[in-house]
Ligand binder design. Sequence first.
Ligand code: NAI
Ligand code: 4PL
Length: 255
Amino acid sequence: MDMQLKDARVIVTAGASGIGREIVQAFVDEGARVVTCDIDEGALADLSGGVLGLVCDVSDADAAGAFMADAIAYLGGLDALVNNAGIAGPTAGIADIDPHDWARTLDVCLTGHFNITRAAVGALRKSDNASITNMSSAAGRLGFANRAAYAAAKWGVIGFTKSLALELGPDRIRANAILPGLVAGDRQRRVMEARSQAQGKTMAQIEADAFAHVSIKDYVTARQIADQVLMLASPRGRTVSGQAIAVDGDLGMLG
Ligand SMILES: NC(=O)C1=CN([C@@H]2O[C@H](COP(=O)(O)OP(=O)(O)OC[C@H]3O[C@@H](n4cnc5c(N)ncnc54)[C@H](O)[C@@H]3O)[C@@H](O)[C@H]2O)C=CC1
Ligand SMILES: Cc1ncc2c(c1O)C(=O)OC2
């Protein structure tokens, strides 16, 4: 299927590694023009495919504004914005969460989406295929014991997204959130290894525990997240807005 994204002007945040990197590559493979930002300068330097990668911490409102101005000028406009940046936040019981860690999690995962989006709306209004796709999480529709800051931020992303869809829909800008589940990769492996240590169980047992509450008993791949992003950014996704789309094999419980 032709996703009709050739020469589309795309900005993806946190594209130097993980899911963001896969999203960047998926757009490049469709012939889109992509700019990304990240705080990891080394990983940015290693991007290929003609992608412009700039250093920017999305939680810094001034830096985000400057990055967006540069990126939009470079692309000559903007069709698709993908707010992907996020951090895991503290793993701790509610009484043990450091207030600074709480604030940092909200700043990156939620306020970062706001800082970038506010600087994108003017350019998106001029596009004939404008979309905003925000990365939330299964933790944006479920509770997550010992990860309250992360869950609060990711639920916040849903409220932000639904408000954008209502406000910007009349201008033909659509806004959706994607909620990944257990995504194969370094982040997931680190968490499983920590649990294995803490609970004195083998990795196989820890994985069996995690998948007990998932209908499709397999990790989601970053590529499957990227495919969903492509569909939402494509003119083929033109009637989909205001949705919170779980890409998680029907995950029913976290932790
Ligand atoms: N991996 C998973 O299982 C899941 C991930 N997600 C979400 O998907 C998104 C991407 O996650 P992953 O690729 O797994 O993470 P990752 O940790 O593998 O990569 C995240 C990237 O974000 C960059 N980054 C971190 N803070 C930043 C900031 N303040 N400004 C700019 N860039 C920053 C990092 O340098 C890194 O390149 C996040 O929003 C995450 O919450 C959601 C559900 C599951
Ligand atoms: C470590 C870890 N495990 C499960 C999940 C996430 C995560 O970061 C997430 O963001 O949504 C589900």
